[in-house]
Design a protein around this ligand. Structure first.
Ligand code: SF4
Length: 415
């Protein structure tokens, strides 16, 4: 039986962080969001009835999508479920367990499946954490970003470090044994010593996993508009922060297994590895992407269109499934059948994100031809430049290659 991973997109946040260009919508009025209250009396209490109804209606839509498309995935065994966003922990009590329940009842969920929920500290209550445990969620991913309250405020996060710490401690007390913490470097006005302090405070808590990304200043975000008001780290400082992340986390017992991800032994994120290793995954919800058997598609990112799509699956139940609709609506689903060349490109540039690199045998198994026969010239050139290295069974990035990974990966694209 083949493996499948499931992603569920919850596109709601209390308010937009100033740097965010993800598919998510603010659900609290600005004046409400400025009244900060923490664990137990969170922003959830400030959601208006109208917004709560919109959230309920959206959760119902996903329930339908999960249920109605289930027959398409009968042959798969689900090895991971990831509720991401947006802010899944914003959902009212009962919603997350309802979604997991639908998956349990309609899909073959492996007994040891990794089930993760993303959380934003100020939207979490002890009641919700208890609900997560009861419904089988066994991994939490908490968006902290920085342990410095001034930095958090500059990037428009709704929480401070104290509220994060309370959530973390409550989760541990309740028995969660697999927690990821997201941190960010290259924040406005951040110095290397500030970032190091964040790393120190985070590692002192001993999470099992740390994701560490550099802030990308995206156009059309409020932070981009206000960029002149801040001093951003120079490229050199950014590189130093990146190097510091690897060295410091290694000294604390975390190994880097992907360009931006670090874990204690046995705690690499199974779900994300499916993306990098080109496994099968299906995304439910607004704008969610899927790829099974080298066919990729994306759900509509417009709420009305997404609703129409889910309702259409209902009408065609019995005579046609979501796959049939997607075939018909190729354009709105951005459905793409990947050619062999595209599959090879992805195999290389996604696989190289992993520190273990790309296996020559796996390449041969997937494509029936050798990696060296296909990419020999490129590999030779990149090894000569010191950014790629051959190992026993394939290639991987060197330390220098990690710094210029975008360049290295671009070399594996066919013209
Ligand atoms: S919590 Fe995450 S998804 Fe929501 S606005 Fe902030 S960065 Fe974006």
């Amino acid at each position: 039986m083949e493996n499948l991973s499931i992603y569920i997109h919850i596109p709601f946040c209390v308010r937009k962080c100033l740097y965010c260009d993800f598919l998510s919508f603010p659900v609290c009025e600005e004046e409400d969001a400025s009244e900060k209250k923490y664990l137990g009396k969170s922003y959830v209490n400030q959601i208006t009835d109208k917004t709560a109804a919109q959230i309920d209606s959206y959760v119902n839509l996903i329930q339908k999508e999960i249920t109605r498309t289930a027959p398409e995935y009968e042959k798969y065994r689900v090895i991971s479920v990831f509720l991401g966003g947006g802010t899944p922990s914003l959902l009212p009590v009962g919603a997350v367990s309802g979604l997991i329940g639908s998956i349990r009842s309609r899909y073959r969920l492996a007994e040891d499946a990794e089930i993760t929920v993303e959380m934003n500290p100020d939207t979490v209550t002890e009641e919700k954490l208890r609900e997560y445990i009861t419904c089988g969620i066994n991994r939490l991913s908490i968006g902290l970003q920085s342990a410095d309250d001034a930095e958090l405020s500059r990037i428009g996060r709704i929480h401070d470090y104290g509220s994060f710490e309370r959530v973390y401690e409550t989760a541990r007390r309740l028995g969660f044994g697999n927690i990821n913490i997201d941190v960010m470097s290259a924040l406005p006005d951040q110095r290397i010593a500030d970032y190091e302090r964040t790393l120190r405070r985070v590692t002192a808590l001993s999470p099992e996993h740390i994701s560490a990304y550099s802030l990308t200043l995206e156009e059309n975000t409020p932070l981009y508009e206000r960029r002149e008001a801040f001093r951003f780290p120079t490229d050199e400082e950014e590189r130093e922060m990146y190097a510091l992340t690897g060295e410091y986390l290694a000294s604390c017992g975390y190994h880097r297994y992907e360009i931006s991800n670090y874990a204690r032994d046995g705690y690499e994120c199974r779900h994300n590895k499916v993306y990098w290793q080109r496994g099968n995954y299906v995304g439910f919800g607004l704008g969610a992407s899927s790829m099974t058997e080298n066919v990729r598609w994306t759900n509509p990112a417009h709420m009305g269109k997404y609703r129409d799509y889910v309702e259409e699956i209902g009408h065609s139940a019995g005579s046609g499934s979501g796959a049939v609709i997607r075939e018909r609506e190729t354009e709105s689903f951005a459905l793409q059948r990947l050619t062999a060349a595209e599959q090879m490109e992805e195999f290389m540039f996604l696989g190289l994100r992993m520190m273990g690199g790309v296996s020559g045998q796996a390449f041969r198994d997937a494509f029936g031809t050798g990696m060296e026969e296909t990419y020999g010239g490129v590999i030779e050139k990149l090894c000569g430049q010191g950014v790629l290295m051959r190992d026993r069974d394939g290639v991987r990035l060197t330390k220098r290659g990690i710094d210029v990974s975008n360049y290295v990966m671009s070399q594996f694209l066919f013209d």
